[in-house]
Design a protein around this ligand. Structure first.
Ligand code: BTN
Length: 252
């Protein structure tokens, strides 16, 4: 298996900076299809059709947030594909911890929250052929300077680094730190120990370990962490179940 070690292309070795684009994920997916290099990053000042999980929009006004996508060509066995959306969540969380000093919570699989407000989200899109991951485009959106009244118009419960700290951080600083953390989190010599460490760190950051969870497409029960492929484990009256759908409710 190919290693993500010092020989690999660094994430952000090349950055394409756009003014306005419909979606950095869509832009990078086109390049991925044209054989762009591992580690290429695309950022935009605004997105006019930013996309979120579950077909929802990701509101992306000019200069208020970080909108970026990262191209990866990992050599993981395809059954571990879920790790590709967990590792950026850990990198975003560690970026925000370093920047703000605040406790950051992850909500499975990759929502990033401060207090109870979601301040960042991740949209991982992959192409698989012959049971191999051809490429993954990891889209990361971080709300940086958005004000609460602007966020509430679109998405109750969302926050930004500003709403949670009272400080206007620069989007460029968030990007620089995030690229540093992504490179820290992705590098490994041995896949097995990397995977175990990633899952451990994700669980440390998780805000709903051993809490009740439920959702339309998942069984209700107690969240017990992740299995070794990064899937959620929910304890139900019928036993421990492996879950891939999203939770709607998490008991506080
Ligand atoms: C979520 O719903 O939590 C995922 C949000 C992902 C948003 C980012 S912003 C950069 C990239 N381009 C997109 O269109 N979406 C992702």
């Amino acid at each position: 298996m190919r290693k993500y070690n010092e020989d690999m292309r660094t994430i952000g070795h090349k950055i394409i900076r756009l003014g306005s684009t419909p979606s950095t994920n869509d832009y990078l997916k086109l390049l991925a299809g044209q054989n762009a290099e591992d580690g290429l990053v695309v950022t935009a000042n605004e997105q006019t059709a930013g996309r979120g999980q579950g077909g929802r929009a990701w509101v992306s006004p000019q200069g208020s947030g970080l909108y970026c996508s990262v191209l990866l060509k990992p050599d993981f066995p395809v059954e571990y594909i879920g790790l590709l959306s967990l590792f950026p969540a850990v990198a975003v969380a560690d970026t925000v911890v370093n920047l703000t000093g605040l406790r950051v919570n992850l909500k499975w699989p990759n929502d990033v929250l401060i207090n109870t407000r979601k301040i960042a989200g991740i949209l991982a899109e992959t192409k698989i052929r012959d049971f191999k991951i051809q490429w993954a485009v990891i889209g990361i959106g971080v709300n940086v300077t958005n004000r609460l009244h602007d966020l509430d118009r679109f998405n109750n419960g969302a926050g930004s680094l500003y709403t949670e700290t009272g400080t206007d951080f620069s989007v460029q600083t968030v990007l620089d730190l995030l690229i540093f953390q992504l490179n820290l989190v992705i590098k490994y010599d041995k896949f097995e120990s990397w995977r175990a460490q990633l899952i451990l760190r994700w669980q440390q950051l998780c805000g709903h370990m051993n809490r009740s969870v439920s959702g339309p497409s998942v069984p209700s029960g107690i969240f017990r962490g992740l299995d070794d492929a990064g899937r959620a484990l929910v304890e139900t009256p019928d036993g421990l179940q492996v879950v891939t759908g999203r939770f709607k409710h998490v008991d506080e």
